[in-house]
Every structure is written in structure tokens, then in C-alpha cells.
Design a protein around this ligand. Sequence first.
Ligand SMILES: [Zn+2]
Length: 345
Amino acid sequence: MRALVFNAAFDVTVDEVPDPQIQSAGDAIVRVVATCVCGSDLWYYRGVSPRKAGSRIGHEFVGVVEAIGTDVGSVAVGDFVIAPFMFSDGTCPHCLNGITSSCVHGGFWGSQGTDGGQGEYVRVPLADGTLVVVPGGQPDAELIPHLLALSDVCGTGHHAAVGAGVRPGMTVAVVGDGAVGLNGVLAAKRLGAERIIALSRNPARQAIATEFGATDLIEARGQDAVGAVVELTGGLGVDATLECVGSAEAMTTAFAIARPGSRVGFVGVPHDIEFPVNIAFQNNVGLGGGLAPVRTYLPELLADVLAGRIRPGLVFDLEVPFDELPAGYAAMDERRAVKAMARLA
Ligand SMILES: [Zn+2]
């Protein structure tokens, strides 16, 4: 089968790799119908995070179950399934507590001997705990991007909003206009925020933010953005802040616009950030969020997608043939695309 392989910074290729096999009784084999590139993939793509040459990549996919191990009970051959960006058993104390991203038996796609999500087939360990079945079998083509968004960005944006403590009526700010930040806007709206301030300078991203529920757009960055948000809120700062980038500048901005007594929900993979402990102390600003337990949120978000209440897949603005997915990485790296996806069948 074909799958994406990381060779070196700015060098990912579609290679021929061995077909996956059931290795343990809890495994399933999924034939991938659609997969996509994540903003977090760009950290190793750009050489910022180390990654082993030859490693398999990708962690967002939807597809059809082709085979199951003898212990698998919650998914059947032929089911259309969504895979969250990590696998988890669903039964350990952390999973039962809702933090599936800390599952004691779980892990990331493309590591510990598992397949990456950007391939024709994926062996899914702990299939019962990991996969979520979409009722009704193979969905319409139009629905696929919205289901694919549930594998990561929709649930991660939701986690930022939950971490920030978003409640009905609040004024919320979202730092970051990538696919996660835009889904953070969607999540804040879904949780009842009244005013949603999106920080974005890109017209295409601003349009999606507005579609998702942003009421105010701030085009400035850094201190200018802080000043603009503070002014918009009458000098108070916002009731909840979503940090969806992972850079030091984004975290500094987030803490500077957070109203005293509020929380910052952070979901961007942190790089070279120093936690602003003095501001946190001075202003009683807390930090929530972290590595998103997307599996926990999947059922409730899937219900909203199937009911047509949310359309998180609007963040996909580039669709390429699977063999050209490396071009999707380049497009995202150069900010020519918010998020690239490929359909395989
Ligand atoms: Zn677990």
C-alpha cells in the first residue's frame, strides 16, 4: 500500500510500504477514505521538532473497517469510523476520567510500531476504545470533511474552549487563525459565547471565523493586538481566552488580554514558551487545556455534525489527490492553505 513517509525537513513522500495486518486481538484494519495534514505536522515538517527519518506520519483519518481482531466488539467490518488523533483503550482510569490523551495503554499514530494516518490502510490498536462509528454506513461525500475534522481540529478547538471555561454570554478571544483556532471560534459559539473576538489578518481565514461565529476581527499582532482587545472590552480584557498556536508570542498575547479571574485554554503544541507566572499570579489568570482528549468529545460533536448544527470541515480549503498530499504540506507551510485533505475512495 501507499503511505506518507517523513524523510527530512521539507521532504515527505508517498512511498510503497507493507500492508498492515491484525497483530493483536483488539486491533482493527481501517481502509482510509479521507485523511489530512495537521498544523502540528508542520513542526517536524519545518525541522522545528525532531522526527526520525523514515517514520510514518499523519494522525487524522476516517474510513471503513476492513478487518477486526477476535476481541473487538464495538466496531464491525463495513462500519464507517472516525479515528481520533491518538488511540486509547477507553477503560483505564484516565480514559474513564475523560482524559483519553493520557491513556495508560494509548499512544500516537506513527509511533511505537503503529501506522501513520496518512496511508491507504491503518492498523488501529485498541479499536473498541479508539474508533467512533458513524451511524448509517458510508456518508455522503459532502459530509466527509466535517467528519474528518472531528479526528482532531474540532475536538481540539472544543478543548480550548472547555479549558478556558467558556460559558453562555461570555466575551471570548481566540488567538490563532489556523484550523484549530477557527474551530475554537466554532466551539465558543457552540457553548454560547455572546461576543467572539478572532485575531486574524488573513481575509480567507477571517471569512471562516465569521462563518463560525466571530463577531469581531482583530488584524493586529503582539502588543497592538493586546491594545485592540483591551479597548474592545472597555479595558477589562476577555472572559475566556483560547490559545491555539503554541508560540511564545501567542501565549504572551493570551495572558495579556485575559480578564483578571479568567482562564486561558491552551491547545497549541507549545514551543519555547515560558509560562507567565507573574501575570498569572497578579491577575489570577489560570491555565486550562492541554493535549486534547478528542475521543471523549467525539460522540457529542459527531451528533452536532450529523444534525447539521456545526460544519467544522469548512477549514479544509485545499483538496489534493492522495499522491499529491506532500504538496498539501508545502501549501500549509507557506500559508497558502489553512488545511489540506485527500480522499482515497
Ligand atoms: Zn485509557
